[in-house]
Every structure is written in C-alpha cells, then in structure tokens.
Write a protein that binds this ligand. Structure first.
Ligand code: ATP
Length: 271
C-alpha cells in the first residue's frame, strides 16, 4: 500500500451474499488515471460502490491512502430541467457533503468554487441552470462537485455514457489532466475501452467474475483476455481502435444487444 492512493487486495463483492466479482487486486498511485472496463453486468458499479463503502465486502480489503477521501460521480445524474440551480451552486454543494462544524467563510467558499470552475473549463456556463446544460457540460459540473473537497481517489461510473464523440474525448482528457495536476487517482468505468486508450495509465478489466489489472499493454492481449473469459479471444488493433474478438457463435451487431455480457461492448464474435 505504501504511497498508493487506492489498493484492493483479494476483494470479493456481490449482492445478497452471492459474489459478482472475486479475487480483485490492484493498486493505483496518486495522479494515475485508470479505466475499469468490462461488459454490462460484469460488476463495475458494484465494485465502485464497494470501494465507497456502500456495498459490504464479501472478502478482502480496500485501502484508501492520504486523508482517506473518496469522490464519486454516480452513473445517472437526474438533473431536473427546471430546477432553479446554477452550475456553480451544484459545485458549491460539494463543499457541504460531510462537513460538520464551522462553515467556510463565504469569500473562501467562492474562491474554491471559482478555482474548480476554472479547472474543469466551466467558466462559460457556470451561471446557467444545470438543467439547461449539455451532457458534457453537466459531466464537467459533476466532476467539479466531486473534486472540490480534494479527494485522494475519484470514482466515476460510466461518465461517458450518453456523450457525443467530441464531449467524450474532452471529458477523458480533462480527467487525465485533473488526475495529474490534483494528484488524485481517477478510476472510471466504461464498457468500451477505446475512448480511454490515449489517456489510461492502468486498466482494470472485469469479466466472468474476475479481474485483471495492469497497463494496457499488459492486459489487452489475447492470452490474458482468453484466460479471463475462459474462451479464445483475439485482440485486433484497427485504425487505432482495439477490437476484442471472440471465436464461436454468430456474427453480432453488438449495438443492438445490450443485455448480454461481452456482446454489449467491443467484443465481436467471428463465426
Ligand atoms: N442491488 C442489487 N441486488 C441484486 N443484484 C444486483 C444489484 N445490483 C446489481 N446486481 C447484479 O450484480 C451484477 C453486476 O451489476 P453491476 O451493476 O455492478 O454491473 P456493471 O458492470 O456496472 O453493469 P452496467 O455496465 O450495465 O452498469 C448484475 O448481474 C446485476 O444484475
């Protein structure tokens, strides 16, 4: 653990005593940017919620470094379109989370909020109602909300879902820069690793109840993923994108098959 922002050892998580994932072990240094990648239903949300302490561990240990602070951007942010709350108010609410005792003086508060607005590039829309903002702008607001208390670890659950290509690339590079500059370890889940490839220092790949972790070069390999899936997997690199290809079964249009395991992401089946 020494010096790590986050360390998991032999972690098992699940629901109602039944494990969804087990034997999960990895650590993240401060300032690192990691992707938690896996098919729909593989346990990404459950693992993030377990790191937060919202789901009990069935086994193993989670250690948070530094001051032990974790920030979280949950999967779906239901922002009421007509809620009369400005982006800067949502960011300021992040300061109040668990704060007992004396509130911050308002000038100090405003300075912290302005600093965060600047850090996430929200200056142009900080005074607009959150409900009127685009998905990418709302994501920036929620990232600022989670970061304002300077957590040691920032967890984000599918922050790229529902963003267009351009906002996706912008949010990924923003998170990678914030990780480095704020020395926070960022762990974000995604079912497609491709948007994260330019930025990811580490990948935690979950499937079939287990996880493998390391650098992209170590993990995203046919032999490693075949062992994880328990089936022959090829990793193809096409025009800078990674395709994870499983032999067997019929050809799949994975965009229309979100209900089933690996087919719901970047796994293509070759007959
Ligand atoms: N509260 C719950 N009670 C019982 N089972 C649950 C609960 N939440 C999730 N599960 C089950 O645990 C498994 C993992 O779900 P989880 O939401 O962690 O996966 P995920 O990888 O985040 O999926 P997605 O990408 O679709 O969000 C699934 O089989 C799901 O049905």
């Amino acid at each position: 653990m020494s010096g790590d922002a986050l360390a998991l050892e032999g972690v098992a998580v699940g629901h109602g005593g039944r494990a969804v994932l087990s034997g999960v072990g990895f650590s993240l240094a401060p300032g690192s940017f990691a992707g938690l990648i896996g098919p729909n239903g593989s346990g990404k949300t459950t693992l993030l919620r377990a790191i937060l302490g919202l789901v009990p561990l069935l086994d193993g240990r989670v250690t948070i470094g530094g001051r032990g602070q974790v920030g979280y951007v949950p999967q779906s942010i239901a922002l009421d379109r007509f809620m009369p709350v400005r982006a800067r108010d949502v960011i300021a609410l992040g300061l109040d989370g668990h704060r007992l005792g004396i509130p911050l003086p308002s000038r100090r508060r405003r300075a912290l909020v302005d600093e965060m607005i600047d850090a996430v590039g929200a200056t142009g829309f900080a005074d607009r109602r959150v409900g009127d903002l685009s998905g990418g702008q709302q994501q920036r607001v929620m990232i600022a909300h989670a970061l304002i208390r300077r957590p040691d670890v920032l967890l984000l659950d599918e922050p790229l879902a529902s963003l267009d290509l351009r906002s996706t690339a912008e949010v990924v590079s923003l998170l990678a820069r914030l990780a480095r500059e704020a020395k926070v370890a960022v762990l974000m889940s995604a079912h497609d690793m491709n948007p994260l490839l330019p930025a990811m220092d580490r990948i935690v790949y979950v499937a079939e109840g287990r996880a493998v972790a390391g650098t992209v070069a170590e993990v995203v390999r046919g032999a490693v993923l075949s062992a994880l899936y328990g089936a022959h997997i090829d990793v193809l690199r096409v025009h800078g994108r990674v395709l994870v290809v499983a032999a067997g079964g019929g050809p799949h249009d994975h965009d229309h098959d979100h209900a089933h395991g690996e087919d719901a992401m970047h796994v293509v089946r070759i007959p």
